[in-house]
Design a protein around this ligand. Structure first.
Ligand SMILES: Cc1ncc(COP(=O)(O)O)c(C=O)c1O
Length: 390
């Protein structure tokens, strides 16, 4: 057994290779059409800056005192969730965190004992396996098969053992852009209910939902919490505000969850143990405004359409995302890392599929500018032609 830090590093090796390699070299170059990650490349929404500015001015002596799960934050979040789900969400079940990343870490710490197994679905977010290892648990990888990226319920049922504690589910899904309908979530709930009865303890769904407001074509988002009471939702405001460096998010459970009163205390201890994983005072003061704000999703949908159409005209096979920031496209040669190098030589920066466990593909983030899309399409065409000659 290697040291935990070595196992953590190994689990994100493809991400680190990209991050310390092509990303570090090209990310700041203005000549590069940058589709690498979900970072803002345009100025933030003025309304967002106004909200922060308004909350910066102290109104009481304790304005910047230690903050934890502030009542105002909990109420704003619960109000939003009640509206979204039609359930009567209890503010006391909302735990505020510094981003979705911390919400996942807190969820792991609250749910998982050393040696437990946690199932995650591949392609995953870069850090799921990493966070399972960080919780001293055993990661169990199952696959979502392209192009539909449907969960295989039989495979999930077969992978469940008496040590299974949780399954991480992500919709809208990064990187495929799938938004799973309620019927899929209900079928997953039936599978997990049966398996929980078989193994004698509940299996939790950790529902990672940071893109739930980034939806295209009028599609509706549903949370597994609507179908399955043992659901722990993790959320980040980083996507809806396109301000991921301002760390605020939450962890919460639905009003249907059994023993939720006891779970609140567990979560609070986990928030402390995760290194005071609460959001800063300023962001919690601004929460009512933040909850209402959303980036220009119709503009992002137009960018998606332009990109998909442009790539398909060149000859690329692509997904058409229903939500999230991402399009997946198949590299015209088998080696996605080599192809992303060719793209980089044409001043286009994308994420190689290997970094998200989809070798042979690459991921495009729609947080780029429209101008970068036009410039990038020329680079995509030149790289495609170059690959065809090899
Ligand atoms: C699927 C998924 N989960 C969680 C996160 C973490 O979000 P944040 O960094 O805003 O906490 C991200 C960020 O990219 C993500 O894509």
């Amino acid at each position: 057994m290697t040291r935990q830090i070595d196992r953590l590093q190994a689990s994100i090796a493809p991400f680190l290779a990209f991050f310390n390699g092509p990303y570090a070299k090209l990310n700041a170059n203005p000549e590069v059409a940058n589709f690498a990650v979900g970072n803002p490349l345009e100025f933030p929404m003025p309304e967002y800056v106004d909200a922060l500015r308004a909350s910066l001015e102290p109104k009481r002596a304790n304005w910047f005192a230690y903050k934890d799960n502030e009542p105002k934050s909990r109420i704003a979040v619960a109000r939003g969730l009640s509206k979204q789900t039609g359930m009567d969400w209890d503010p006391a079940d909302v735990a505020m965190t510094n981003g979705g990343f911390a919400a996942l870490a807190v969820a792991m710490r609250a749910l998982v004992e050393p040696g437990d197994e946690v199932i995650f679905l591949s392609p995953p977010w870069f850090f799921y396996e990493f966070m399972i290892i960080a919780a001293d648990a055993a990661p169990v990888r199952l696959h979502l098969a392209p192009p539909a990226f449907e969960p295989d319920l039989e495979a999930i049922a077969a992978a469940i053992t008496p040590r299974t504690r949780a399954l991480i589910f992500n919709s809208p899904h990064n990187p495929s852009g799938r938004v799973y309908p309620l019927e899929t979530l209900q079928a997953l709930a039936r599978t997990l209910t049966e398996a929980s009865a078989r193994i004698g303890h509940p299996i939790f769904v950790i529902s990672d939902e940071p893109y739930k407001r980034i939806l295209f074509d009028g599609i509706e988002f549903h949370s597994p919490a609507e179908a399955y009471p043992h659901t722990v939702i993790t959320y980040s405001y980083g996507k809806q505000l396109l301000a991921p460096g301002q760390r605020i998010g939450y962890l919460t459970v639905p009003p249907t969850m059994p023993d939720r009163e006891a779970f609140r205390d567990t979560v609070f201890v986990a928030q402390l143990a995760t290194g005071y994983a609460f959001p800063n005072a300023l962001l919690q003061h601004a929460i009512e405004d933040l909850e209402e704000l959303l980036i220009d999703v119709p503009a992002m949908q137009r960018r998606r359409d332009r990109m998909v159409e442009g790539l398909r005209e060149i000859g690329y096979e692509t997904t058409i995302p229903e939500g999230s920031f991402y399009i997946m496209a198949r590299a015209p040669i088998a080696d996605d890392v080599a192809f992303t190098d060719i793209l980089a030589s044409h001043r286009v920066l994308v994420l190689p599929g290997t970094a998200v466990e989809v070798p042979g593909w690459f991921r495009i983030s729609l947080t780029a500018t429209d101008e970068m899309v036009e410039r990038g399409l020329q680079g995509f065409a030149a790289a495609y032609a170059e690959a065809a000659q090899e």
